[in-house]
Design a protein around this ligand. Structure first.
Ligand SMILES: [Mg+2]
Length: 155
């Protein structure tokens, strides 16, 4: 299974404010941007359940930058789709839809924007929309995926 995550206001605070993961030295040297508290644990559970993890953002952050940002927290991102890549792959259609995960073989996309959920219904792709102020956002995602933090596979 391939899952993708939005960045702004989903994993990185922007207009929405939420607690962030404590930064380490590597992270502080690399970037001022911080990721949402709970992301490290969530990604670990997804990995242990054989998910491929992607970032799908409508920003122009470079894939190299995004990979490094997450890697500074010990998180590996398999693929980064930014606005430039979205426009290139979708061509003329790219301007009509903010995100189209099936074009990148993504099975389910996580976002804060209700509009992306509506696009998902209209264009037949799966989304998990995190409601504003959902304190259990990781549990919301894991429940939707049929995973529980307690059934992490032992290797
Ligand atoms: Mg967003």
């Amino acid at each position: 299974m391939i899952i993708s995550f939005d960045l702004d206001d989903t994993l990185i605070p922007g207009i929405r404010r939420f607690p962030t993961e404590p930064g380490n030295l590597w992270h502080r040297l690399f970037s001022k941007e911080k990721i949402r508290a709970g992301t490290i644990r969530l990604m670990k559970v997804l990995r242990q359940n054989d998910y491929n993890v992607c970032v799908y953002t409508t920003s122009y952050r470079s894939p190299f930058y995004v990979r490094k940002l997450f890697f500074s927290y010990g998180i590996t991102i398999d693929r980064v789709i930014n606005k430039r890549i979205h426009d290139k792959v979708l061509g003329a259609r790219g301007g009509q839809i903010s995100k189209y995960p099936p074009a990148f073989d993504i099975d389910i996309h996580v976002d804060d924007a209700p509009g992306v959920g509506i696009e998902g219904e209209r264009h037949h792709f799966n989304t998990i929309i995190i409601a504003e102020n959902d304190p259990d956002w990781e549990a919301t995602i894991l429940n939707r995926l049929g995973l529980s933090e307690n059934v992490v596979k032992q290797h």
